[in-house]
Write a protein that binds this ligand. Structure first.
Ligand code: HXC
Ligand code: NAP
Length: 282
């Protein structure tokens, strides 16, 4: 889809880049010429991913363990990355989530998800942003949100409040830092099969079927679709897109919002015929 030098000379950090969507973005950005840093809590998994992607793409990738909830760890990570030169791209992708009834959640359960998704994004964005502003270095931040961020969602409340905060952060800083060459955007994906997400939020076949049924395209998104959109948004070719949240869900969100969306599945050919105006008898 893109020229293979699209991200040449760009250096990017992808939080949670060892698995799922983060790994897919790391692979695509490497194929397009970027030098990549991935972080996460599990060092072994990160190293395995980095070795695999270095071999398959021939690109430069570094694996650095870091818990994004911990400000000091994030500062140390960014400090060590900057020793080799400034980053140009930050992708806030690390997340935690699970489905549960909100009234049964402990304070630690809230803290855990809010710590990763909202505070982790804040920690990484500010650690990079302060350095970019001080050096007048043009850069871009892409955060991975979820389609329920603007409206909330039952049963994933810690994630919903965190993703809403992430989108507010992206939109706010898009304006505050926009005059200094820093762009902030987000992608809100619909369901894309990954072990991390599906084991936690669609853990049973009937839940997966429900998700497919309510999607106009009756399919899940793919890693390639997500990675290509991300590559465009972090590239200079999207330079005038700033402060946007791009929904990528096959129309699922709009299907849920439309008053009459389900009629197509409920009404038969005969029903539709019977709804047509009767021709007056001649
Ligand atoms: C209720 C739960 C719970 C659950 C954990 N907790 N899972 N409460 N229901 N299913 C509670 C624990 O009891 C504990 O509280 C607190 O949360 C912290 O749990 P830990 O296991 O100690 O936390 P930790 O090891 O830090 O793990 C964090 C995690 C875990 C978020 C709970 O799931 C994780 O590591 N996730 C990372 C990857 C991930 O979630 N990926 C999916 C992203 S998908 P107490 O009080 O008992 O100590 C996504 C969008 C999906 O975000 C959208 C699809 C369309
Ligand atoms: P995933 O594979 O579980 O990815 C989450 C990643 O975040 C893991 O690599 C995990 O690595 C890392 N992580 C978790 N806690 C961390 C912490 N405290 N510090 C650093 N890294 C941490 O799930 P995914 O599906 O790829 O999700 C990626 C992003 O897409 C998330 O933002 C998610 O909300 C979003 N999203 C996914 C879907 C979907 O259907 N897949 C839909 C909408 C939005 P460690 O466990 O090693 O730390």
């Amino acid at each position: 889809m893109f020229r293979n030098d699209l991200l040449q000379n760009k250096r990017a950090l992808i939080t949670g880049g060892g698995t799922g969507l983060g790994k897919a973005m790391a692979q695509r950005f490497l194929e397009l010429g970027a030098e990549i840093y991935i972080c996460g809590r599990r060092e072994d998994m990160l190293k395995t991913t980095a070795a695999e992607l270095a071999t398959s793409t021939g690109g430069r990738i570094h694996a650095l363990p870091c818990d994004v909830r911990d400000l000091e760890s994030v500062e140390a990570l960014i400090h060590s990355v900057w020793k080799a030169g400034p980053l140009d791209i930050l992708v806030n992708n690390a997340a935690g989530n699970f489905i549960a009834r909100t009234e049964e959640l402990s304070p630690r359960a809230f803290q855990s998800v809010i710590g990763i998704v909202l505070m982790g994004t804040l920690h990484a964005t500010l650690a990079c942003g302060r350095r970019w502003l001080a050096a007048r270095h043009a850069a871009t931040v892409l955060s991975i949100s979820a389609t329920y961020a603007p409206v909330g969602s039952a049963y994933v409340v810690p994630s919903a409040v965190s993703k809403a905060g992430v989108e507010a952060l992206m939109r706010s800083l898009a304006v505050e830092w926009g005059d200094r060459g820093i762009r902030m955007n987000a992608i809100a994906p619909g369901p894309i099969p990954t072990q991390g997400a599906f084991s936690r939020v669609l853990p049973r076949p009937e839940l997966e079927k429900l998700a497919l049924d309510r999607n106009p395209q009756h399919r899940f998104g793919t890693l390639e679709e997500l990675a290509n959109l991300a590559a465009f948004l972090v590239s200079d070719h999207s330079g005038y897109i700033n402060g946007e949240v791009i929904r990528m869900d096959g129309g699922e969100f709009l299907q849920g919002a439309g008053e009459f969306s389900t009629l197509g599945r409920m009404l038969s050919e005969k029903d539709w015929e019977s709804l047509k105006p009767r021709k007056p008898a001649t």
